[in-house]
Design a protein around this ligand. Structure first.
Ligand SMILES: [Zn+2]
Ligand SMILES: [Zn+2]
Length: 183
């Protein structure tokens, strides 16, 4: 049997004053996510902890939350693995399903990322937490802004060693130019 998410909140439970739910996302939580989405390009360092506040409004539920922890990425230039703190704050308005528009139309208003739609009597907070984490991920993770990357010729990690490709007079920056001259 599929394990039910531990972040299910009954909508009835949500009051006008709002309720606060402590959140702690550890390795077990991440393993479950990775199982469902094996192509995730990061892993969990320190557990993500925070608070989710849920508040009833006239035609929506306000979901406001924060998460702090640490994620582990692979540098897009040198392929080193590095950890970086994650510090998230988010606010989403969840509207009732009766006002929901079909998925195709929603794509057109994709910039309204802080709105979502709900249906049924329960909220699965995990869906929104995962979504917010994905939105916060760097497009091209870099171990440091000035990462020198790998030598494209010999594969040496230029942050740690200098290979002989450059000192031998071969300048990769001009390799293309030389080729042009020959043509
Ligand atoms: Zn790097
Ligand atoms: Zn090299």
């Amino acid at each position: 049997m599929k394990k039910k998410s531990s972040f299910i909140v009954s909508i009835e439970q949500i009051t006008w004053e709002g309720i606060d739910l402590p959140v702690s996302l550890g390795q077990e939580w991440f393993a479950r996510w990775l199982q469902e989405a094996p192509d995730l390009e990061f892993s969990l360092g320190k557990p993500l902890t925070g608070v989710v506040h849920l508040e009833k409004h006239d035609d929506a539920i306000l979901l406001r939350g924060n998460l702090q922890g640490e994620l582990i990425y692979t540098c897009s230039r040198c392929l080193d693995v590095f950890a970086e703190p994650l510090n998230l704050a988010f606010e989403i308005f969840l509207k009732g399903s009766q006002t929901a528009v079909p998925d195709e139309e929603r794509e057109l208003t994709g910039e309204e990322l802080n709105e979502d739609y709900i249906s049924g009597e329960e909220l699965d907070l995990d869906i929104y937490l995962r979504e917010q984490i994905l939105l916060a991920l760097p497009l091209k993770p870099l171990c440091r802004p000035e990462c020198a990357g790998l030598c494209w010729r010999c594969g040496a990690n230029l942050n740690r060693e200098s290979c002989s490709c450059r000192s031998s007079g071969f300048n990769p920056a001009f390799a293309g130019l030389e080729k042009l001259k020959q043509d």
